[in-house]
Design a protein around this ligand. Sequence first.
Ligand SMILES: [Zn+2]
Length: 504
Amino acid sequence: MEKNFAKIKNILDKTGCHCIVQQTRKTEFDTMEEKTFSVLLPAPAGLRENGEIFPLKKLTSFSVTETFSAAVPELKRVFAVLALNVEECSGNASLTVSEAALAPETWEMTIDANGIAVSAGDLNGAIYALTALGQMLFAATITGDPAAVLHGVTLHDEPRFARRGFLLDSARHFQSKQEIKKLLRVLALFRINSFHWHLVDGPGWRYSSGTAPLLDGRGTMSDGQYSREDIQEISAFAKTLGISIVPEVDVPGHSDFLLKHYPQFACDPQNPGSELCIGNPETMNFLKSMFTELMELFPDSPVIHLGGDEAAVEHWENCPECRAALQKKGLSDMRELENDFMVELSRFIVKSGRTPMVWGTCSGQLYPPDTMIQAWLDIREPLKIAPSGNKVIYSVCNSLYFDYPANLCEPWQSWMFSLDEKGVYMTDPHVIWADQVKDCIAGIEACLWTEMLPQHRIFAKLFPRIAAYCECAWSKPEKKQWASYFHRRELLEAAGYFDYVKGV
Ligand SMILES: [Zn+2]
C-alpha cells in the first residue's frame, strides 16, 4: 500500500493534481538569505554567490556589442523606469554585454564589486540576460534606498526546450497591430522564442490575400485584417526580440469563412460547412497557391503550420468526388484520405524549403518524420507519435490553454477545464513516460484561443500564468519548485516588475 501511495504521489506531483500533496524538495533559493538574485524568474541553470556587492550608484555606463544592439531599447527602458542615469558608451563601462562562444540562447553574467559583465551566444541570450538583470535591478530599487546594491553572483543559463512557443488566435477575435507588438514584447521578456500566429479559422480570415481576394478580413466575431505592410512590420519587430513567427492557415477543417466566399472548394457548394472538399484536385491547387503566398509573406519563418485538426468526415462521406478519390487511391476510409491530403500538403511545404507543422493525431494517422506535430489532446499523444520519429510540440490543453479559466469567476465554456497558475506550473512534457518521449519533444507551447476573448481580455488571461509557463519552458526540471517560484513571482510583482512588463 505504501509503495502504491508513493507511486500515486509521484504521478500527482508531476501532473498537477497537487492539492493534497505537499512538496518537500528544496532548491538553493529556499536556503539562501534574500538577495537581489533571489528574484530571478525563470530559475537559472547555474547560480554561484560570490559574496561581493555592487553599489547601484556605480552603475553609470553601459556598452553593448553591435551584434546585440537590438537588446538596447529594452535595457534603456528599464533604466528609465527605475530612474537610473546610465549612459551608453563604447569600451570601459560598468555594465558590458559582449558576444562569446556560447550555445544559442545561452548567457552568463558576473556581478562583483567591479561591475556587471554579461556574455551571450546570440541575440536571444543577450535579451534574456538583460531581462534577468532588469529583474535584479527592480529588486534592488524596491525600497528606494539610495545605497541600493546588487549582490555579487555568477550566473550561467541555458534553455531546457529549444522551442518555447505561444499561440495567439487572431482569427476568432482580431487584435490590432499595436496589440500584437505589445504582446510580442511581453513574450520576449518571458523568453518565448516562437509566436504561433493562428491567422485563419471558421469565423475569420485575417491577412490580405491576393490568391483569395474575396476574403476581405471581416469576421463573425470582430472585423479586422493585417495588410502585407502590417505583417512586415510585425515580423521585423519580432526579429528584434529573437522571436520567430509560425503562421498558420488551418485546413481542411475550420474553413467556414473560406468556403463561404469560395464555395467551389466545398463538397456541397449549396451547404459549404467547415471542411474543404479533399477529393477535388482544384482544392489542393488552390491551397498550394495559398501556402506559396503565405511563405512569401513570412520569408523568415522556417516553420509553417497547416492546421489539420477537428475536421468532420460527414461531408466527405456524402461527396461523390471524395468517394471517387478514396477508391482511386485504394484507401479504406475518409480519415486515410484526409491524412493523404495533409501529407501531400506537408510534402509541398518541405519542397518549398520550410518545415510543416500540424495539430496532433485527430485523424489517428501519422505524418512523415520531418513534419512537426503539435500535441494538444492529451498527455499520451507524444507517446503515440514518438516511434514514428516526428518532433513534438507539447501543448496539451488542460495544462497550456490559456483561454481556460484561471478561476471560475470568469466566463467559460463547457469544453474548458479550470487552469490556474499552479496547474500551468506543474506542466512537464516528460511527465510520466520520460524515457520514451524525451527525445521527441522539441518544445512546448501555450495557446490563447479567442472564442471568448475580445482584444481587451488578452492581457488579463496572460498574467500571472505566463510567468509559470516561462519557468516550465525554460528552467531545468531540477530547478523547478512551486513554493520558490511563487515567492519569486510575488517579489517581482511587489517590485513593480510586472507593471513594467505590461507597459503600465
Ligand atoms: Zn468532397
